[in-house]
Write a protein that binds this ligand. Sequence first.
Ligand code: A3P
Length: 313
Amino acid sequence: MVLSSFRILEMELDYHPELRGITVNRPPLKLLQDVPFPAWVADNWETVTNFQAKPDDLLIATFPKSGSTWMQEIVDLICRNGDVGMCKRAPVYYRVPILEFFMNNILPTGTDLLAKMASPRVMKTHLPIQLVPKSFWEQDCKTIFIARNAKDSLVSYFHFHNSCHLLPEPGTWQEFSQKFMDGQVSWGSWYDHVKGWWEAKDKHRILFLFYEDIKEYPRREILKVAKFMEKVLEEDVIEKIVQSSSFNIMKDNPMANYGTLPASVMNQNISRFMRKGEVGDWKNHFTVSQNEDFDEHYARQMVHSSVKFRNVL
Ligand code: A3P
């Protein structure tokens, strides 16, 4: 019998039996150096900012909804030489912990997971560059940064807010879009985030990638990542990594698609974590006049930056 991906999702809820029946209250936003975060980040800031990186730590950084989970899967597959079974050993948020994840009444914190992890460690963050713990730069760690065009990031973030109870209520599409443009969403302004990391890319060991490029030619971008990680991969391994990290495979893999979390934390009946994985889905959401306002605002925000996205805008 072929099980639908929804059925697989239900079955995998057994992964966290301790979470059955819990209620998750959406957090308020709190400011950290003028950047809004869910309270669970701000309330644990001392632990995050004092995190001690090691020289062989690898950081994956993005603004939320820019393909960070995709890169977690790609990097884990590279680390495991394309061993797909090994990459199903645990949910992606355990294999590649989220540095600033602190819902410790629900799941282990990112820093606790990292403390127990053998080196070389891989972790992910959505922090803007100025808030990354300074030990990463002192240790000259490598970072893979992915930028995704602002409109698709906004659309993806809106849907994710609707399903994910670890974030504040999004309000309506119009309200959320305005908050996004004002930088009043969790992890702050998309514009400042992308500009900040873009400027930092020549000062630190940062591989700066674009979501749209990975979509266009995943093999090419995966090879860039492998080279950055100083890994040489056999041809059949490269092929396996390209396949296993594709949207269609990841969407049915509960260890990659957050299907291990119960609906009280992430209700994927409202919106799947692996939602569409497309470039240009914003066209299904923006009205003509909203698009004009957004473009004008975008041009003002980005006027002094040389970062250029391909023409999906
Ligand atoms: P959509 O909501 O547009 O579908 P993050 O992991 O940073 O939260 O980003 C999530 C976004 O990346 C979602 O976008 C998700 O579908 C997309 N994504 C995840 N894995 C992907 C893959 N293998 N290929 C393309 N997009 C992927």
